[in-house]
Design a protein around this ligand. Structure first.
Ligand SMILES: Cc1cc2nc3c(=O)[nH]c(=O)nc-3n(C[C@H](O)[C@H](O)[C@H](O)COP(=O)(O)O)c2cc1C
Length: 210
């Protein structure tokens, strides 16, 4: 069996409209809601988690933890699906894998509050998403889940904060989405604020680029 990563191929209308030198991997990542019935292999699942593992973190704390539920384990899958808000359940039920990511709130070396826990967990998730893109499938982050229920029903210890839910899967057909607004969003052009609004030169408010 080949262990080579497949070429990145995404629908051209979903490619980010960046300046030309931005890496193709970054341009190609996007968050679909329509997933096909193709399942992610255990090897690929392990690879995206491995990519997450190698993110940078404050004090190398690695505060991220992942509760992973595969479609092939319906009990676990439905447990995670059940904590998502209904609007996310409507499409995420077709994902191959659902994940709840939690972040450790304190530093292990001295027990103090880790202000950067969620920041660093987000960096791990960014790695996971890009690795998924490189392997030809997609990750879709979700804030829309019940954090209290996730904490209780997934046995997340008190020192960990449920941070985000994630759906993983291969892109499917937009027309198969149940909700009209999801079908519309699937077809919409991807948008970003201009860099002039985001990056300042030396002090707040002076655009670095025009
Ligand atoms: C932390 C986080 C939470 C999100 N929450 C949701 C969500 O609850 N439901 C949803 O449909 N999309 C959710 N999204 C997806 C965003 O809407 C999406 O990333 C954004 O519109 C940009 O689109 P793109 O990822 O295709 O570039 C979330 C993304 C992130 C990173």
């Amino acid at each position: 069996m080949s262990t080579q990563a497949p070429a990145i191929s995404q629908p051209p209308d979903k490619l980010a409209d960046t300046t030309p030198r931005v890496h193709q991997l970054i341009r190609s990542r996007w968050s679909p809601r329509a997933f096909s019935s193709r399942q992610i292999s255990d090897e690929d699942l392990k690879t995206v988690l491995e990519a997450a593992r190698w993110a940078a973190s404050s004090y190398n704390e690695q505060p991220w933890r992942f509760i992973v539920a595969k479609k092939s384990d319906p009990e676990a899958f439905n447990r995670v699906l059940g904590v998502l808000v209904p609007a996310n359940q409507a499409w995420a039920k077709n994902a191959s894998v659902l994940i709840i990511m939690a972040a450790k709130k304190t530093f292990s070396h001295n027990g103090s509050n880790n202000y950067y826990a969620l920041h660093d967990a987000g960096a791990a998730l960014a790695n996971l998403f890009l690795q998924a893109t490189a392997l030809g499938f997609h990750g879709h982050g979700m804030a829309g889940f019940d954090r209290q229920r996730a904490q209780l029903e997934l046995n997340i210890p008190e020192d960990f904060e449920p941070a985000a839910a994630v759906a993983l899967g291969y892109a499917g057909k937009p027309e198969d989405l149940e909700l009209e607004n999801h079908r519309k969003m699937e077809a919409a052009k991807r948008q970003r604020k201009p860099l002039s609004e985001l990056a300042f030169s030396g002090t707040w408010g002076q655009p670095l680029v025009t």
